[in-house]
Design a protein around this ligand. Structure first.
Ligand code: GCB
Length: 567
């Protein structure tokens, strides 16, 4: 799938802005104009924009509506609509006619607009259903409470809902370039750029241009290999990008790529044959007011903060992020572990998860389909160095191995990049981690267990990590460690929730892993405070952020900046 662009052969129009919005019922079909609506911003979550709790906490269907016109002169072209992401199921109608639907709130919806349903003025209706079940990712359950549907979720971020990414109408010419696949290989002072162009039209020219626009190789084959002499490698902090320019008789497209090699060798992570260590965060797409809405200024600010603190990487916990994040990471040389929304696959109780009727064959199919869509979307980003196939699933259950065996096998048909699973269970009972190339461990000693006892951390971490390494012989990333901290709360001596405690807590963790050779990275939980469902352990959200929700540093940010400076 190619991202919509505007160029000499293609036009794109943004439908971002203010839309009409209403809660609707189960049987709603947008036959007529919404007559009872409020105004809503797109892209944005609707939850924090409104003042009405009924809307903010709504579980079920809503309708977004907007009118648009298409200039007559582009009626010859194929017309498509693309919604970057909308939670979680989106059904799209134009002038009351259904044109398609999509399940999965963190990946794009791209649909053909049949021209014969268009009028001079058109009404676009997007009906969203934010309910999560065993046949969605993340999974969830719906419960009835006093005649009202309640969403049960087993993971720790708010089910912020809405049209979260750009809505674009775009054109494609006859015989469009459907897709471009690029892989690179480095051999001494040469790089081999293999490409495949999916297109029915005749290829005129495929050229590779360097950062300054100079042609460094070309071909006229549809599938081929272009050799680049003395290539500039894509690297951390140095996101050198080439462009593959394709022109056919009817179409043209420019796809950026980087030349870099990722390898797991002798329990180490290699970038361009050099050992690297991941420093960074598990993050969330989560901001004041706009919630999970994509916003360029927020994206860039987050990247600038990563750079300031000397981080080199992030995990898209717990779902694929907006494409712009990957584009920025490509340009800035930031490494991404790309995670699918397989989160909540445990209930924090003895209830079995991997069993028919719960997480079963149907869930597995959804999981695989989303992986296919994810790789299709992100395959050419040099910043993506690894995929994470689940976060904290109940991998000790008997059904888990059969489930994940198929998930990993499927993913290996889609990508050669290393695959990771992020674990909470202990090594002795883990039945799944052998399938992964890299194991992520989320650990909260001195927080969720032995609360406040900083002195236990080192011993617990070492025993736990060593047992993982002994059993699985795989490199490990400390994918989560953190303590809730109220910005501005100070205490000497420190107490949990104070900024001083967060510094001491993280310092203990990084010390505990510093001489474990098989540990290839540390990602603090979390980059910033974020919204969760309300609960006794959540004071208006999760406060484990190193930055506050409005991106101001807590004391610990300065500690990490210093710690990561020369690491
Ligand atoms: C975890 C989860 C993450 C939570 C975090 C916490 O293990 O992976 O989603 O937010 O713990 O703070 O409890």
């Amino acid at each position: 799938m190619l991202y919509p662009v505007q160029n000499q052969k293609r036009l794109k129009m943004s439908l971002n802005g203010i839309w009409n919005f209403s809660i609707v019922d189960e049987y709603y079909e947008p036959k007529f104009v919404l007559d009872d609506f409020i105004l809503m911003a797109v892209p944005s979550s609707y939850n924090d924009l409104v003042v009405d709790k009924k809307i903010a906490n709504h579980v079920g269907l809503v309708c977004y509506e907007k009118t648009f016109q298409i200039p007559k002169w582009i009626h010859e072209e194929e017309l498509r609509i693309r919604i970057g992401a909308a939670t979680h199921q989106a059904t799209v109608y134009i002038n009351g006619v259904l044109i398609g639907s999509h399940q999965g709130g963190f990946l794009p919806i791209d649909l053909l607009i049949p021209k014969d349903i268009l009028d001079d003025k058109n009404r676009l209706s997007i009906v969203l259903d934010n309910r999560l079940t065993y046949e969605t990712l993340p999974i969830g359950q719906i419960d009835m409470k006093n005649g009202v549907e309640k969403q049960i979720i087993h993971y720790d971020f708010a089910n912020l809902s809405g049209i979260h990414r750009d809505v674009i109408i775009y054109t494609r010419p006859v015989n469009p370039i459907e897709d471009i696949f690029i892989t690179t290989k480095v051999d001494e002072d040469k790089a081999y750029v293999s490409y495949q162009i999916i297109c029915d039209g005749e290829i005129k020219l495929v050229s590779v241009k360097d950062k300054n626009g100079l042609v460094v190789g070309f071909s006229s084959d549809q599938d081929g290999m272009i050799t680049i002499h003395k290539p500039h490698l894509w690297d951390i902090g140095n996101g050198y990008l080439y462009t593959l320019e394709v022109s056919t008789i009817t179409d043209c497209y420019e796809e950026k790529f980087g030349i870099r090699e990722i390898e797991i060798k002798n329990d180490q992570l290699l970038l361009n044959k050099k050992k690297i260590y991941l420093k960074g965060f598990g993050m969330h797409e989560d901001h004041l007011i706009i919630g999970k809405g994509a916003n360029s200024a927020h994206h860039l600010k987050d990247m600038n903060l990563l750079n300031w603190i000397h981080a080199n990487s992030l995990r898209t916990s717990h779902y694929p992020y907006a494409e712009e994040i990957y584009d920025l990471a490509d340009q800035l040389g930031i490494l991404i572990i790309n995670e699918i929304p397989a989160v909540g696959l445990n209930f924090w109780s003895d209830v079995k998860v991997f069993t028919p009727g719960r997480v079963d064959e149907k869930t597995k199919q959804v999981h695989m389909d989303q992986l296919t869509e994810l790789v299709s979307r992100d395959k050419n980003h040099p910043s993506v160095i690894m995929y994470s196939l689940a976060n904290e699933a109940n991998t000790h259950e008997d059904g888990a191995y059969a489930y994940f065996k198929d998930i990993f096998a499927h993913m290996r048909t889609l990508t050669n990049l290393p695959l990771m699973i992020v674990e909470w269970v202990h090594a002795e009972i883990n039945q799944v981690a052998s399938l992964a190339d890299v194991i992520g461990l989320n650990r909260y000693f001195a927080w969720y267990s032995e609360f406040g006892e900083l002195e236990v951390i080192e011993d617990r971490i070492r025993k736990d990590f060593d047992s993982y390494y002994k059993k699985f012989k795989k490199p490990i990333i400390l994918t989560e460690f953190g303590a809730d901290t109220i910005a501005g709360l100070h205490a000497l001596p420190s107490v949990p929730f104070s900024e001083e405690f967060q510094v001491e807590f993280l310092a203990q963790y990084v010390k505990s892993i510093q001489d474990l050779d098989y540990v290839i990275g540390e990602h603090v939980w979390n980059f910033a405070d974020f919204m969760t469902k309300q609960g006794l352990t959540r004071f208006n959200g999760n406060k484990k952020g190193v930055f506050s929700r409005d991106r101001q540093p807590k004391m610990v940010a300065h500690f990490l900046k210093e710690h990561w400076k020369n690491k």
